[in-house]
Design a protein around this ligand. Structure first.
Ligand SMILES: Nc1ncnc2c1ncn2[C@@H]1O[C@H](COP(=O)(O)OP(=O)(O)OP(=O)(O)O)[C@@H](O)[C@H]1O
Ligand SMILES: [Mg+2]
Length: 174
């Protein structure tokens, strides 16, 4: 059973949102379980209405790391701290999240910085979209939320990259 870990040291970098999105994508491929190890239990709150197409449960296990990083210095710095602590053979990639719209170039600038640091990074990033807040309020996955189409398109473009990452033998320690 492939395991994917969504983690990052900094708060508010879109970890819980990404966990729900990845589970929404993968639940089309087979039975999917989200293990919510977040002390604030955001994913569990989102799932409370029972409208999500997968189960959310407590506790945690780690492999195939996805580490969301919005384009800001504090998030990049916290990512660096986490990278120092991870075993060298950790299989994982950075996901650039909550990217502001053009003409702002923050998403591209962060990608350049991540490449310069040698961090594996997903080609597809996730754009900033206020539909995510509505999705949580309504307890729905993003694709079922009003105005959620753009966010869902980003996730679908990301899906082949995630499936490829999961197909690699994982060496991440738990
Ligand atoms: N692409 C996006 N566009 C706009 N808002 C977003 C996006 N992704 C997430 N958000 C919003 O950003 C906020 C933080 O997201 P989330 O709770 O997923 O972060 P987190 O890393 O799990 O935070 P914490 O460390 O507190 O657990 C939430 O209000 C969420 O709805
Ligand atoms: Mg969270």
């Amino acid at each position: 059973m492939p395991i994917i870990t969504i983690a990052g040291y900094k708060g508010g970098i879109c970890k819980s949102t990404m966990a729900i999105a990845v589970a929404s994508l993968l639940s089309a491929e087979g039975r999917t379980l989200v293990i919510d190890g977040d002390p604030n239990r955001s994913a569990s709150v989102w799932a409370r209405e029972g409208k999500l197409p997968f189960t959310v449960a407590g506790e945690r296990e780690a492999a195939n790391l996805i580490s969301p990083c919005p384009p800001d210095m504090l998030s990049l710095d916290a990512l660096g701290l986490m990278a120092q602590d991870l075993p060298k053979d950790t299989n994982g990639s950075v996901l650039i999240s909550a990217i502001p719209p053009p003409p702002q170039t923050d998403g591209h600038d962060l990608r350049d910085a991540l490449i310069a640091k040698g961090y594996p990074t997903f080609k597809q990033g996730i754009r900033f979209d206020k539909a995510y807040k509505n999705a949580v309020t309504e307890g729905l996955p993003i694709q079922k939320t009003k105005g959620g189409k753009i966010g869902w398109r980003d996730r679908q473009t990301l899906k082949p990259e995630i499936l490829k990452a999961v197909a690699k033998p994982s060496s991440a320690k738990t």
